[in-house]
Design a protein around this ligand. Structure first.
Ligand code: NDP
Length: 486
């Protein structure tokens, strides 16, 4: 079997590594150092996508007919290969996408754990026995795969997100065509290499890289793709959802967040500060679950702010491959421009900049997309920086008098992915759990950092209202058959 070389990453179609028929490629650059070319990826065409979908379609019957145990054994094999290659995959992840090496290693280890979790799913129950009103009848449910699943992924978790979509798709008997984000396609290609090394039957997994509007769009519109699972921006998600819906295909969308933290007057401030920094600024704020609004009760506001600023000003920003750097760059020049645009907007709309706000341009940082960790105060909930997803290291402090006011503001957003409260008071905790309009409810814990065996997903505009991961994944990747036997 052909394998990609260090620098050049090919498409993976029907068990073979192949160049795009376009003959065109694209360089992927290191966001911490634009002089470093991380890899060269294929700029694929509609014909490349069609070929991948044809191969996934041809493979789907025999893959579906394997037992769950047999499919699971392939996933265990992929997990072992990825585990053996963990350091190399994590280093590529850091070079390509910018998050620090410890974060990249953590994400890759998570990918291994997800593969093992879903490998085990091959031996677990899939249906219910339901009593029939007919005493001579047997009634039960079973599950059937969708067929070919299109997987369209973002750049912020280029190992974990592809795996948390591919692994359940495969274990429940689907075949896959994945189009990874262009900004992180080399890392995704390394993940697919692990599937290739595990020698899954030809056509069961296929990868095509290239632009979203060509490759991704073709996956969404192709009549032989039975389901599409997507994580990324609202705009692209809605387009994919509409495209899939128009032809009657199943779709699943995980999109943005504007995740609040409420710091109540009785909170453990050290814990709240640590979780706000970790939730808001790690991975350079590039998580859909990142904390972005920090709603603080007035009686503890000054104490919280002082601790927060002291710790943020001590954070080290730099190349994530180097020891001691806590925060890496924005993924791309255009993502950095987006972050700087929101910082400008915050100032124009009357928020007060407390720290940060600038691109870093000194000798150490000039070749990368680095921005300072940034905190605003005097933010009102109608400001752009309190409503739109920034996807950068920017926190907006909002001062409120009462817990009730904090709850109202926390819910005053079109998004509903994750939210956290810091309080020791059981009544406040229960009010928060009951009234907060999000899919991921966190008490005395940061907004990011959910576990792989639990359902993941949002409410309101954050999601198409389905859930990924854990046992919930079966809902998207299969259809229920209700069986009655007389
Ligand atoms: P996109 O939503 O555009 O990209 C996500 C994926 O969709 C990528 O693989 C992309 O391909 C693909 N895609 C793009 N256009 C289409 C299309 N017309 N049809 C099908 N697929 C398509 O996000 P961006 O990378 O442009 O990031 C923009 C913003 O999105 C960020 O600033 C952030 O706010 C948000 N975002 C949210 C994420 C989350 O986890 N919720 C993750 C990433 C971004 P390609 O890479 O080739 O463009």
């Amino acid at each position: 079997m052909l394998k990609t070389d260090e620098q050049s990453y090919l498409n993976f179609i029907n068990g073979r590594w192949k160049s795009s028929e376009s003959g065109e490629t694209k360089e992927v650059l290191n966001p911490a150092d634009r002089n470093d070319v991380v890899g060269i990826i294929q700029r694929s065409t509609i014909d490349d996508v069609n070929e991948a979908i044809t191969s996934a379609k041809a493979a789907k019957e025999s893959w579906r007919k394997l037992s769950g145990n047999e499919r699971g054994n392939y996933l265990y094999k992929v997990a072992n290969i990825l585990e053996n290659r963990l350091d190399e995959v994590a280093e590529t992840l850091t070079r390509e996408m910018g998050k620090t090496l410890p974060e990249a290693k953590g994400e890759t280890a998570r990918g291994v754990a997800i593969l093992r979790y879903y490998a085990g799913e091959g031996l677990r129950e899939v249906g219910d026995v339901i009593p029939s009103t007919d005493s001579n009848g047997i009634m039960y449910t079973t599950r059937t795969p969708l067929g070919v699943v299109g997987v369209i992924t973002p750049w912020n978790f280029p190992v974990a997100i592809p795996i948390w979509k591919i692994a359940p798709a495969l274990i429940y008997g689907n075949t896959v065509v994945i189009k990874p984000a262009t900004e992180a396609a080399a890392t995704a290609a390394k993940v697919i290499e692990c599937f290739a090394e595990a020698e899954l039957p030809n056509g069961v997994i296929n990868m095509v890289t290239g632009s979203g509007s060509i490759v991704g769009n073709r996956i969404a519109e192709h009549p032989d793709v039975n389901g599409v699972t997507f994580t990324g921006s609202d705009q692209t998600g809605k387009h994919i959802g509409q495209t899939a819906l128009a032809r009657g295909a199943k779709y699943q969308l995980e999109m943005g967040g504007k995740n609040p933290v409420i710091v109540a007057d009785d909170a453990d401030l050290d814990l709240a500060v640590q979780a706000t920094i970790s939730g808001g600024l790690s991975s350079t704020g590039q998580k859909c679950t990142a904390t972005s609004r920090v709603i603080v009760q007035s009686s503890i506001y000054d104490a919280f702010k002082e601790k927060l600023l002291t710790q943020i000003q001590a954070l080290t920003v730099g190349n994530g491959l180097e020891d001691g750097n806590w925060m890496g760059p924005s993924v791309s020049e255009s993502q950095l421009e987006t972050v700087l645009h929101y910082i400008k907007k915050g100032k124009e709309e009357g928020a007060t900049l407390l720290t940060g706000g600038n691109r870093l341009t000194d000798a150490e940082h000039k070749d990368g997309n680095f921005v300072e960790p940034t905190v605003f105060e005097d933010v009102t909930n109608d400001m752009t920086i309190a409503q739109e997803e920034i996807f950068g290291p920017v926190l907006a402090l909002i001062k409120v008098e009462t817990f009730e006011e904090a709850m109202k503001l926390a819910n005053d957003t079109e998004y509903g992915l994750s939210a956290a409260v810091f309080t020791e008071n059981i009544r406040k905790m229960l009010t928060f759990i009951d009234d907060i309009e999000v899919g991921l409810v966190r008490v005395n814990a940061e907004t990011a950092g959910v576990e792989l065996q639990a359902p993941f997903g949002g409410m309101k505009s954050s999601s198409s209202h389905s859930r990924e991961q854990g046992k919930a994944a079966i809902e998207f990747f299969t259809s229920i058959k209700t069986v009655f036997i007389k």
